[in-house]
Design a binder for this molecule. Structure first.
Ligand code: PMP
Length: 307
């Protein structure tokens, strides 16, 4: 974790951002969180789709029934002052989250007080970008929306992702793909996916048990810009094995491609044409060469102390 965190309404040294071991959040996983990627370009920092991350976090509070809200302006101010205090010198990850610091017994949400905290960590490539990934289908299914809202990044629900990733890593794979309760392809542990199948891009429908990923929303726009047809449909396991490309997307994952699923090889052993097109698209967005660059990329100037 970087030196400063936003906690209890202000930026404080990270070691002062503490909660009780009896807090509702620690005992019951009562949090919902966001995750943004920051890039350092010389003396400035670029944050991707800040407004959309704030909106998703606020909607998650609503879905879960957490009585908490913060305006975009206040959220932006908190995040901006935190980035200024930490003055990162390489790519980083920002984790804003709403949580309950209270010591309370009993799993119910409506009687709790919530707060926002934010911390930052250095991040490079969460998933390899310079080679294809070896994936497996997890024996753990993605929980259905009838159990936990799948459009909220609900802290406790990530036990499901942790089970899947742990199993995959112990089995010698890079990552896991989870099927949903009906056996259709849902998503990775912290990433969405798409396939190129018989020359078409197929993306699981948002109305299936997956997160409405901000990277995937961007990917869909990039594909539309390039007039590449997309179908939002169910994907079954055999379609993964038969895919020409399988791409994972996410804030941490960026745009990564698979070399194999369950040891069946996918693609030609290198980033396929759709993966390359998407990566180029993201480079253009950050370089300010996309019509929505200004809307999507927030640039902050860092004031570094002289060395
Ligand atoms: N699915 C899950 C379960 C995730 O945790 C994430 C990471 N936030 C994603 C998909 C990708 O979402 P995004 O592109 O917004 O990071």
């Amino acid at each position: 974790m970087m030196s400063y965190a936003f906690f209890d309404g202000e930026v404080v040294p990270s070691e002062e951002a503490r909660v009780s071991i009896a807090s509702h959040s620690l005992q019951y996983g009562t949090t919902c969180f966001g995750g943004l990627r920051g890039r350092v370009e010389g003396e400035s920092v670029q944050l991707f789709r800040l407004k959309d991350h704030h909106t998703r976090l606020m909607k998650a509070c609503k879905m879960l029934g957490f009585d908490y809200s913060i305006s975009f302006e206040a959220f932006n101010d908190a995040l901006t002052s935190l980035v200024a205090s930490n003055t990162p010198d390489g790519d980083f990850y920002v984790r804003p989250f709403v949580f309950c610091p209270e010591e309370k017994l009993g799993p119910r949400f409506d009687t709790l007080n919530y707060d926002l905290a934010i911390y930052m960590m250095s991040i490079s490539n969460y998933l390899a970008q310079d080679r294809g990934l070896n994936l497996c289908i997890s024996s753990w299914r993605k929980y259905p929306d009838t159990c936990i809202p799948t459009k909220a990044k609900a802290g406790g629900a990530y036990l499901n992702s942790s089970l899947a990733t742990t199993e995959a890593k112990l089995g010698g794979f890079d990552e896991a793909i989870m099927l949903d309760h009906e056996g259709y392809v849902a998503e990775g542990s912290v990433m969405n996916l798409l396939i190129v199948y018989r020359g078409e891009v197929i993306v699981p429908q948002v109305g299936s048990p997956i997160l409405d990923g901000i990277t995937m929303r961007t990917v869909v726009e990039l594909l539309r810009d390039a007039d590449i047809p997309i179908r939002f449909e169910r994907i079954d396991r055999s379609m993964l094995y038969a895919a020409d490309e399988l791409i994972l997307t996410g804030t941490a994952a960026q745009v990564a491609y698979a070399d194999s699923v369950d040891r069946r090889s996918i693609g030609a052993g290198e980033a396929g044409p759709i993966c390359q097109l998407l990566r180029k698209g993201f480079t253009e967005i950050y370089a300010g060469n996309h019509p929505r660059s200004e809307e999507w990329v927030t640039t902050l100037t860092l004031a570094r102390a002289p060395k």
